[in-house]
Design a protein. Sequence first.
Length: 157
Amino acid sequence: MHPLMNIQTLTEFVAESNRIEGILRPPTEAEIKEASWFSAMEVVSIRMLVQFVSIYQPGAKLRDQFGLDVRVGRHIAPRGGPNITVTLNTILAGANTGSISPLYAHECYEHLHPFTDCNGRSGRMLWLWHMLKEGCYPKLGFLHHWYYQTLDAFHAR
């Protein structure tokens, strides 16, 4: 687990992330363990995201093959295929080096929707990891923090 986190805060984060998806049960032990492991990573790779998704949404696939296309409400994600891994690696490189903000990385990740399912929960976990990497302890939870990051980004334009 990342030194800025504790098990209660991490459990609350996972519970909030699940609730956003309509999952109302308490987080499982496997979800907490995976979130703890993920939050402590020095860098994040596609392989690590695939592992995370395999715990949170067994059967969800990286959309690196043609035909693995998704639509979420009115959002039509970029077509599945090798371009997904290229774009995802670009997003992760920016997050790993700190050359893009957690908000921007999250926006790019959700636009890409790199998996057939579990993009919201994996994207929020990536956001948390990125926040912790930058030394920000998200005491207010994802939605509260994200709201203020969005306002700050708008005013910075």
